[in-house]
Design a protein around this ligand. Structure first.
Ligand code: SF4
Ligand code: SF4
Length: 106
């Protein structure tokens, strides 16, 4: 089990209120708004924390680079993927890799 899977397991054991508080805390720390790919549409829709929430809903499709690899929050929870606003959440990208028979990059 890698760091991300351990994080998910520990989050799953928390109460719904604790989970909601944790997500709100992560969202407040997410530096996506300073990324070149982030745009006004996403800002107006309060979209952030795409690594957890998944793809941007109708706002972001133009890839201008991704700041996720430099994100301390991403390192803290053990993310291995990036460009979550366009490609989907960490969980979705891992599942896609599994489906297509590639590795989880353990
Ligand atoms: S997920 Fe990555 S590419 Fe998308 S806005 Fe956040 S830092 Fe930028
Ligand atoms: S890894 Fe990317 S989407 Fe997740 S909190 Fe950091 S900047 Fe935001």
């Amino acid at each position: 089990m890698d760091k991300f899977e351990q994080t998910m397991e520990s989050v799953a054991k928390k109460s719904p209120k604790e989970q909601a508080d944790l997500i709100a805390d992560f969202k407040s720390k997410c530096p996506c708004p300073s990324c070149p790919t982030y745009n006004n549409c996403a800002s107006k829709a309060s979209e952030k924390l795409f690594c957890v929430t998944g793809k941007s809903f109708m706002c972001i499709s133009d890839d201008k680079g991704c700041s996720c690899p430099q994100c301390s929050l991403g390192k803290e929870v053990g993310l291995k993927h990036q460009k979550f606003c366009i490609k989907g959440s960490e969980m979705a990208q891992r599942y896609e890799n599994t489906l297509w028979g590639t590795s989880l990059n353990r």
